[in-house]
Design a protein around this ligand. Structure first.
Ligand SMILES: [Zn+2]
Length: 469
């Protein structure tokens, strides 16, 4: 081999090795640094910032950068949409060779009015020798709109009071240009709000379930810059309502008759599979009752919200003509076998009876959201009426309505009966506020409905109209 050919071969090998090194060594590593921005709305939370966001400069933004060859420097510039430079000088920090860095985004050095748009550019460069030894640079851009104002919440109208176990209506306005969420709570349960009459106004009917020992109503509004406003709901709390505690002796003919029938109807387990009658009793009274109540809750809370609602002219729920009360709402029932307490339940409706197989009438219009045979409740229909209010009819002998059907006032829902856990022909009427059972007597009383619901709706509507004129 001639010397020239040998040298050519050597050069070729050197070039191949060189290319190989450039592609594979971190010396010429081509991957730019990763750069992420996180907002810390409070001590326990952090959220990844999108490229465009609302920002209260009181809240910290952290920049997290990482690179396998190490970070050489970062540079930050910030300019408003009116070309005002809000960081006195371009910040340039030169570093050793950390693989990861975290730093707070510098805040504007001047106070900027709400609505100002700031364009941040964060350039992070690594120690790689790629790009003619200048390294790889990632530029993270953030468009932030200054928002330091917490939302304003103005109560427009509300029921005068809420009773233990009862309901109340509340209408309020929220003023903020970046609403993120509105949460209404009774201290234990959350309630969805309904857009009412015009944008920014909301109506909610609240419940104080018998299961809750206290009522602590609050509205919490959060905006997109994580400014939060919480206000108390100005409702007088009426604790004077009392509920019954009754002890019920479980009879042998129930244990050997109806109980087995109920287990058969549910169809999940064989009556012979239970160790004893107590287990059977607890299965129906606790397991199946809980599952029925979950089915009811789900059906009564599946509502669409994609419109602005007008007041609803609720009238008294009086489904049975000439009826008498045979079982109270909120009755705390304890069941005894001999002297032993074997189970308990809470009666979440009102039992009323008239004649056998009496027609049950819808007195308020609505839409059927459930028609089904339930284990404890028997043949059950639920009608949704608006603003979270639904009515439930149980133990029926016959269904007259289908799922999804629109119901007008005066329509027959079905006939009374004794399907499910019922002794004697009667109707179990439940009034549900966003799935929570409330005192039927309020919703069966025209005076209560006028004072606490329909007059409050009208008062609010008039105030809103006067405000926008
Ligand atoms: Zn009942």
């Amino acid at each position: 081999m001639k010397l020239k050919t040998f040298i050519r071969l050597l050069i070729l090998i050197a070039v191949i090795v060189g290319i190989y090194m450039i592609y594979n060594s971190s010396f010429f590593e081509g991957r730019p640094p990763t750069v992420e921005a996180y907002l810390f709305p409070n001590k326990n939370e952090h959220v990844k910032m999108p490229a465009q966001a609302y920002w209260n400069p009181d809240k910290n933004i952290e920049i997290h950068a990482g690179d396998e060859s190490g970070i050489k420097n970062y540079k930050i510039t910030a300019v408003t949409s009116d070309n005002v430079v809000v960081l006195d000088k371009d910040l340039e920090i030169v570093l050793g060779k950390p693989k990861e860095i975290t730093f707070s985004l510098p805040k504007p050095e001047i106070k900027l009015p709400d609505g100002t748009k700031i364009h941040y550019k964060i350039a992070v460069t690594d120690w790689s020798n790629a790009n003619f030894f200048s390294g790889n640079t990632t530029i993270k851009e953030l468009d932030l709109t200054v928002d330091t104002q917490a939302p304003l919440v103005n109560i427009i109208a509300n029921s005068y009071k809420i009773s233990y176990g009862g309901s109340a209506l509340l209408i309020f306005r929220v003023i903020d240009n970046s609403i993120q969420s509105i949460k209404v709570s009774n201290g234990e349960n959350d309630f969805k709000v309904f857009p009412f009459v015009e944008e920014g106004v909301y109506a909610v009917i609240l419940a104080w379930p018998v299961q809750n020992n206290f009522f602590n109503g609050t509205i919490t509004v959060l905006d997109k810059a994580f400014n939060q406003k919480r206000v108390s709901i100005p409702l007088i709390k009426d604790m004077s309502v009392r509920y019954k505690y009754s002890n019920i002796k479980v009879k042998d003919n129930f244990l050997n008759g109806k109980l087995n029938e109920l287990i058969d109807t549910v169809g999940e387990r064989n009556p012979n599979d239970f160790k004893n009658n107590i287990e059977k009793f607890k299965y129906i009274n606790e397991t199946i009752r809980t599952s029925d109540e979950a089915t009811i809750f789900k059906a009564a809370t599946e509502v669409d919200y994609n419109k602005i609602y007008q007041p609803v002219d609720f009238v008294a729920f009086l489904p049975l003509k000439g009826s008498v009360v045979v079982g109270n709402f909120g009755d705390h029932r304890s069941y005894f076998l001999g002297k032993q307490k074997i189970s308990k339940s809470l009666h979440l409706g009102l039992d009323i009876a008239s004649t056998r197989n009496a027609p049950i009438i819808a007195t308020n219009p609505g839409k059927v959201v459930l028609t089904d045979l339930l284990g404890v409740y028997g043949n059950t229909t639920i009608i949704y009426h608006g603003f979270g209010i639904a009515s439930l009819y149980s133990h029926m002998s016959k269904f007259d309505l289908k799922l999804g059907e629109e119901v007008s006032a005066g329509t027959i829902i079905g006939l009374t009966g004794q399907t499910g856990w019922a002794f004697g022909d009667h109707l179990h009427l439940g009034i549900l506020v966003q799935g929570y059972a409330v005192r039927d007597v309020e919703w069966m009383d025209p005076k209560w409905i006028k004072a606490n619901i329909t007059d409050v709706f009208m008062k609010a509507k008039n105030i809103i109209k006067a405000q926008s004129d």
